[in-house]
Design a protein around this ligand. Structure first.
Ligand code: GLC
Length: 386
C-alpha cells in the first residue's frame, strides 16, 4: 500500500516536471513558463512565482530564469504588471497590463535561493524587489494593509468578494479588461484584501531575510519592522467579532462572505495560535463549510453564493491549497496538512493538472496543462521538510 502511494507520488512529480518543461517558452530573449499553452500565452506575475517555487525542485537555474524574466517586466516606477511579454514577429511590445497581482515574488526568490544558494542571483534581484515593495507601499498601502485595484489585480477575477464593490457585476464579465488593459481608462474599484495583505506580510519577512543574507542589517530590520506593523494592522482592519478576517470595500464596508481568505493569515503566521486552532477546527475541517470531498472550496459550501463550478466563486484552486498547506505546517497542524495534501492529490489523480477543480466531485475545470497546479509537488516536498 505504502509502496503504491510512493509510486503514485513519483508519477505526479514526474508529470509536473514534464508539464513545466512543455510550458516553457523563450520569447524575444526572455525565458519563462506560460500558465497554459492553450489559454494563457504570456507571462503572468503570481503564476511565474508559483512556477519558480516548483521549478526549484527540478532545476534551480530555470527557476532563477523565470523570476529574472518576470522582474525584467518591471516598470521604471517599480510596478510589476500582472501580465507581460506580448510580442510581434519575435519582438517584445512596449505594453503590459496596468495592474499587479498579490506579491509572492520575494517568497519565490527566497525559496529558490534556499535551494540553489546562488548569492549572485539574490544580489542582482534585490534592488528590483526593493523598488517593487517601495511601489506597493506608495501606491497600494492603506492603513498599513494592502488594497487591490480592480478585480484582475486580486488574481480572483470574478470572486464574490467583488460583488459589493462594483455597482454592476463588471468583474463577472470581460468588461473588467478595460481598467486592466486600456491605457488611461479610470480604475475606480479597489478593496482591502486579506489574501494580498497576507502575501505582503510574508513578502516583507522574506525581504528581511534576503537583506540579512546579503549582509544589509539596516534594510533587514526595516523590513522586519514593517512586517510587524502590517500584521498588527491586519488585526485592526480585518478582524471581526467572530475572530475571522474579512475583506473590506473601498468605502470601508465589510464584505461578509466566508471565502478561502479567512485562512490567508495562517500563511503569514499573522494570528495567535488559539485563533488558528479555532479557524482550523470550526471552519476548515467543517464539512458544511470548507471540508468538502475535494477541499478547499474558494467560497464556503454553506454560503448561498457558493457555486462549485463558478471559477473563483467556489472551485478549489491549487495556489490557495498551497498557501493553506504552508500555513498549517507553519502552525504545526501536521495531521490536517497531511489530510489536505491527500485530498488535493486525489483531485489531481482524478483530473490531471487543471486550472481549477469542482470541490464536490474533483472534476477538472478550465484550462488544461495548467502550470501552478503543479504546486502540489511543493506541497509533497514541504510535508517532508524539503
Ligand atoms: C486567470 C486567473 C489569474 C491568473 C491568470 C493566468 O485570470 O484568475 O489569477 O493569474 O488566469 O493563469
Amino acid at each position: 500500500m505504502k509502496a503504491d502511494k510512493i509510486k503514485e507520488d513519483v508519477q505526479i512529480i514526474e508529470s509536473a516536471k514534464e508539464l513545466l518543461r512543455q510550458n516553457r517558452r523563450t520569447i524575444a530573449g526572455y525565458t519563462f513558463t506560460v500558465p497554459s499553452p492553450y489559454e494563457y500565452k504570456h507571462q503572468w506575475l503570481w503564476d511565474s512565482c508559483f512556477h519558480a517555487i516548483v521549478l526549484r525542485h527540478f532545476d534551480t537555474a530555470a527557476a532563477e530564469e523565470e523570476l529574472r524574466s518576470l522582474l525584467d517586466s518591471q516598470h521604471s516606477d517599480g510596478m510589476i504588471p500582472h501580465e507581460s511579454k506580448y510580442s510581434l514577429f519575435g519582438h517584445l511590445l512596449p505594453f503590459t497590463s496596468r495592474v499587479t497581482q498579490p506579491p509572492f515574488i520575494a517568497r519565490a526568490v527566497l525559496d529558490v535561493y534556499r535551494k540553489g544558494r546562488n548569492k549572485e542571483f539574490l544580489s542582482e534581484i534585490f534592488p528590483k524587489l526593493e523598488s517593487y515593495h517601495h511601489w506597493l507601499r506608495q501606491h497600494r498601502e492603506t492603513d498599513n494593509v494592502l488594497k487591490v485595484v480592480e478585480s484582475d489585480e486580486s488574481g480572483e477575477d470574478n470572486s464574490v468578494m467583488w460583488d459589493d464593490e462594483y455597482i454592476a457585476p463588471v468583474h463577472r464579465t470581460y468588461l473588467r479588461w478595460f481598467p486592466t488593459y486600456v491605457p488611461l481608462f479610470p480604475q475606480l474599484a479597489a478593496l482591502k484584501s486579506v489574501t494580498a495583505t497576507s502575501a505582503y506580510a510574508d513578502a516583507l519577512e522574506c525581504m528581511a531575510d534576503i537583506a540579512g543574507i546579503l549582509g544589509d542589517g539596516k534594510a533587514s530590520s526595516s523590513f522586519r519592522n514593517k512586517n510587524r506593523r502590517v500584521i498588527a494592522a491586519m488585526a485592526k482592519v480585518f478582524r471581526q467579532k467572530d475572530e475571522l478576517y474579512y475583506n473590506f470595500t473601498h468605502s470601508g464596508k465589510l464584505i461578509p462572505y466566508k471565502t478561502h481568505s479567512i485562512f490567508s493569515p495562517l500563511f503569514a503566521a499573522a494570528i495567535p495560535r488559539k485563533e488558528a486552532k479555532m479557524l482550523v477546527e470550526e471552519h476548515l475541517i467543517n464539512p458544511k463549510e470548507f471540508w468538502t470531498k475535494f477541499p478547499i472550496p474558494t467560497v464556503a459550501a454553506s454560503e448561498p453564493k457558493f457555486n462549485p463550478q463558478g471559477y473563483w466563486r467556489g472551485p478549489m484552486w491549487m495556489n490557495i491549497n498551497w498557501m493553506l498547506h504552508r500555513g498549517l505546517l507553519r502552525y504545526g497542524f501536521k495531521a490536517v496538512a497531511a489530510e489536505l495534501l491527500q485530498k488535493t492529490l486525489a483531485a489531481v489523480k482524478k483530473s490531471g493538472f487543471r486550472e481549477y477543480y469542482n470541490p464536490l466531485t474533483g472534476e477538472g475545470l478550465g484550462a488544461k496543462q495548467f502550470g501552478w497546479s503543479t504546486l502540489v509537488v511543493d506541497m509533497i516536498k514541504g510535508s517532508k521538510g524539503q
